[in-house]
Structures are given as structure tokens and as C-alpha cells.
Design a protein around this ligand. Structure first.
Ligand SMILES: Nc1ncnc2c1ncn2[C@@H]1O[C@H](COP(=O)(O)OP(=O)(O)OP(=O)(O)O)[C@@H](O)[C@H]1O
Length: 467
């Protein structure tokens, strides 16, 4: 392994060529030379220059401090200082960040060769360490995502590739396919991972607030204000995730287009924010009916991650189901449960309109209601009434009465559904089990449209109770 490239900072052409010749005997990597401080600062690229030779006659070793400002500290670079008769004390060496070796110049051919060997080896070790750290980080981050299938691997590859950059990334897919998870993963893999990730749910903000908070109309002076609550200020240095942009007004589409085309929109630049944008709408179709800007759609599509619906990738269902079971079993403290082969078959055949979120809810239901370690088809509600979280839908209602009614509906579907499952759809037995009169339970079932039929055994006589 050889360093990506070497930089020699020396105004002395003889020193430059001696070093270049000695380096050429050891490796074939590109070597560039800078004759002075400003040339050095101009051509120094922290990403590619792994090995730097600095002639102390040409530039004050303090240049290193300046270079360190570019990528501070220079601990991932190997710096060799040519002392050239100038006495450089250990104390001074201590003050220079990132220095690896001081080579008294001119050096004998043997000294120079072994110094280059050591420096190249250090470059290689640093690169290996960086690669291992990256692998380790990716492994940890991807551990939160299930996906052994080719489909998922392709998606994970796109996420890793696009993570390294500052460009806007467009994430599409039906509801529950994992767009937010993809956006968060991209952020965590990027160099911005130490800074905030802020999600803006566009439909829940009025147009004016969206423009005020995100697309400052006047200038970035607004950004200098102490209003630390605006999305832009909260996302400073990090990632702003604009979720569900499918229905944004044409005025906001224009603002977004303006930003993406890099016309003056100083807010983003001074706040140093990366934009990730998601939608569950088919924007291609919306452009045909002129409901969405074609130009904006085309620009967004240049860096695009699409998450296919779960029904189009049934091979992902078993690994996802096992992954989600492990995740939720840990959360709910229901250890050791497993999915029966029969249930797995049913999961594979289900259309999953709600995608991975629906699969996750099904697994949660199974974990909560299975009476043994094995979660079977009877412990989940795949057909018949939908497994409603008692409060999830209610939380989206503004009106208190509507919200309460929604919560009661969810509660009754789950609670009575569980009773009916135990009684094989027999209402009298279910009523007895919960301490209600049969008629009272029947009234509740009628009110919330709960049918006992899906809970009754399909074969008829075995296990059916007379009403
Ligand atoms: N590949 C995956 N591995 C594990 N969990 C996943 C995966 N994809 C999605 N999930 C889980 O599924 C749920 C839904 O995912 P997410 O919220 O990211 O979907 P979404 O596409 O953003 O949905 P919406 O459009 O409704 O906002 C989350 O709990 C998420 O952690």
C-alpha cells in the first residue's frame, strides 16, 4: 500500500529533486512540490496528501500549525521536517503538531532511504487504522438495519457512497419503507455525525413558518439572531431532513429549486447544513399533472435512493421479521420468543400495505399477545381487524373528542380482539372472561365494528362454541 500522494514544501530545487528521486525508488505515488508558504497552503489537500516533507529553510515549522488548522491536528498525516543545519530542539518539536520525524538535511542516501521507508510504513498503518475504524463504524451503524438481500445491500451501498459529500440526497419510497432510517443512517455515516440531525415534517408546518424557519426570505442576518429554535439554527453544522415534501406549495418548490441551483441563498451556506429530502409520493406522476416542478424533480433525482415496497422484496421479510423480533423483544423484555414456521409463511404472503412499520407493529402484537414462547398466526392480526396501536392514530387528531374516540377504538380492537382470539370468536365466553354481560360486549363490538368471524376456526366444528 502506498500513500495517495506526497507533498514536498521546499524552495530549493535541488532538495526537491533529491527527494523526488529517492521517493521514486520506493513508490510510484504522485509527488508534488510547493516552493513557498502560500503555494503550500494552496496545494495542500488534507484528503490526498498523506506524507509531507517540509524544508525548515523555506517555511517556518509553524506552517504546520496553519496546516493543522485545515485538518486539526495533523495526526493522520506523516510529516517529515528537514532541519537543514538549523537546530531544532525537542522543545520546539513538541510545539509542532503532527511532526513524525526530523531529518537533518542534507541527509546521506541511506538515511534518506530509511526515513522514506519509515514514513511510508506509517502512512500505510494510518490508512489501515482509518479503514478499520470506518469498517467498525459502518458495522455498528448498519447493525440497526436488517438487510441481507441484494436489494438491501444495494441500498446500503448507495447510503455509504452518498454519505461522503455535502450534496442534497433525495429519498423516496412508500410510507413505512425506512426513509427516515435511511436518512439517519446517511447522517451517522457522514462527517457531520457529531452534529445534529433535525427532521422537519413539512405537512405539519404552515407555509409561512416553513419559509421563515427554513428558507429565510431576507438574508442570513436572520440566522445571526439568537433564535436558536429555528430549524436552521438547530441543524447548524449538521443535517436537515425535510420529510414528506410531496405536497409542498409551488412557492416552497421555487425556494427549494433556488437553493439547489445554488442561486444566492446564504442561510444554508453560513449555517453549513446538508439537506436530505424525502417523500412517499410518486413525484414523477405529479410532474405530469404539473402539481410538482419538473425541474426540481429532475435536480432532486440526480442523487436518489429509492426504498422499494416490502411486497416487492419478499426475500427481505424473514430477516426483517427476525431482526424486528429481536429488537422489540429486548424493548418489551419478552426474551426467547420465536416466530413459528406457519406464521413466517403467512408473513411472506401478506401484502404489507404499511411496509416495514406494519411488519414491526405485527411483531409487537405477537410479542404482547402470544401465550407461549412461540408466536403463531393466532397471535397476530394479519387479516380481519387491523392491529391498531391504542393511541397512535389518536395522537394525530386535533379535536379532543375525536382523539379520545380514536384511542378507544384502538383499545377496543386490541382488547376485545384478544378476548375473541382466546375464545375462538365465541362472544359469550369472551364476555365471561372480561366480566361483562354478553349484550354489553356485543354493543361495544357493534359500536367499534368488531366482528367475531375472523377469530372463529375456519374448519367449523373443532373448537367452535355454541353462542
Ligand atoms: N431495513 C430496516 N431494518 C430494520 N428496521 C427498519 C428497516 N427499514 C425500516 N425499519 C423500521 O421500520 C419503521 C418505519 O421506518 P421509517 O420511519 O424510517 O419509514 P418511513 O419510510 O420514513 O415512513 P413514513 O413515510 O411513514 O414517514 C421504523 O421503526 C424503522 O426503524
Amino acid at each position: 500500500m502506498i500513500p495517495a500522494s506526497i507533498l514536498i514544501i521546499s524552495s530549493d530545487s535541488e532538495t526537491q529533486s533529491l527527494l523526488q528521486q529517492a521517493i521514486a525508488k520506493k513508490c510510484t505515488c504522485p509527488t508534488s512540490a510547493a516552493a513557498g508558504k502560500s503555494a503550500a497552503l494552496n496545494c495542500f489537500d488534507p484528503q490526498t496528501h498523506e506524507l509531507i516533507f517540509i524544508d525548515s529553510r523555506t517555511v517556518d515549522p509553524k506552517l504546520l500549525t496553519t496546516l493543522a488548522d485545515i485538518q486539526s491536528p495533523l495526526k493522520n498525516h506523516t510529516v517529515v521536517l528537514l532541519s537543514h543545519g538549523r537546530k531544532i530542539s525537542l522543545g520546539m518539536e513538541d510545539e509542532i503538531p503532527g511532526i513524525y520525524e526530523i531529518l537533518h538535511w542534507p541527509a546521506s542516501g541511506q538515511h534518506l532511504a530509511s526515513c522514506i521507508d519509515r514514513a511510508l510504513e506509517r502512512c500505510m498503518l494510518i490508512r489501515e487504522k482509518k479503514q478499520l475504524q470506518l469498517d467498525c463504524r459502518c458495522h455498528k451503524i448498519f447493525a440497526k438495519i436488517a438487510g441481507q438481500s441484494k436489494n438491501m445491500q444495494k441500498i446500503l451501498d448507495s447510503i455509504s457512497t452518498l454519505a461522503h459529500g455535502n450534496e442534497t440526497v433525495f429519498i423516496t419510497g412508500e410510507s413505512g419503507t425506512g426513509k427516515e432510517l435511511a436518512a439517519r443512517t446517511l447522517h451517522r455515516l457522514s462527517s457531520r455525525s457529531g452534529s445534529p440531525f433535525i427532521r422537519v415534517h413539512c405537512p405539519s408546518l404552515p407555509e409561512e413558518s416553513l419559509i421563515d424557519e427554513i428558507f429565510f426570505r431576507a438574508s442570513d442576518t436572520a440566522l445571526q439572531t439568537t433564535d436558536s429554535h429555528t430549524f436552521l439554527n438547530r441543524a447548524r453544522g449538521g443535517t436537515l431532513f425535510l420529510d414528506e415534501i410531496g405536497d409542498i406549495s409551488s412557492r416552497i418548490q421555487d425556494k427549494l429549486l433556488e437553493y439547489l441551483k445554488e442561486t444566492p441563498e446564504p442561510s444554508y451556506r453560513s449555517a453549513n447544513i446538508r439537506l436530505l429530502i424525502a417523500t412517499n409520493r410518486d413525484l414523477g406522476k405529479k410532474t405530469e399533472s404539473h402539481a410538482f416542478s419538473k425541474e426540481l424533480f429532475e435536480i432532486l433525482s440526480t442523487r436518489h435512493i429509492h426504498l422499494p415496497p416490502l411486497r416487492r422484496r419478499p426475500e427481505d421479510i424473514p430477516p426483517l421479521a427476525h431482526f424486528l423480533l429481536e429488537k422489540q423483544a429486548y424493548k418489551l423484555k419478552r426474551y426467547g420468543r420465536y416466530i413459528s414456521p406457519e406464521l413466517m409463511k403467512r408473513l411472506m404472503a401478506h401484502p404489507w400495505e404499511g411496509n416495514i412499520r406494519e411488519l414491526e407493529n405485527t411483531i409487537i402484537h405477537g410479542l404482547l399477545f402470544s401465550s407461549s414462547q412461540e408466536i403463531g398466526p393466532d397471535d397476530v392480526l394479519l387479516s380481519g381487524p387491523k392491529p391498531l396501536g391504542p393511541c397512535s392514530a389518536a395522537l394525530h387528531q386535533d379535536n379532543y373528542r375525536d382523539a379520545k374516540e380514536e384511542a378507544l377504538k384502538g383499545f377496543n380492537h386490541i382488547y376485545i380482539g384478544r378476548l375473541l382470539k382466546r375464545s375462538n370468536g365465541n362472544i359469550s365466553l369472551a364476555a365471561r372472561a372480561c366480566g361483562l354481560e354478553r349484550q354489553a360486549l356485543q354493543q361495544i363490538m357493534k359500536r367499534y365494528d368488531i366482528s367475531p368471524v375472523p377469530y372463529r376456526p375456519k374448519t367449523g366444528c373443532d373448537g367452535g362454541y355454541p353462542e
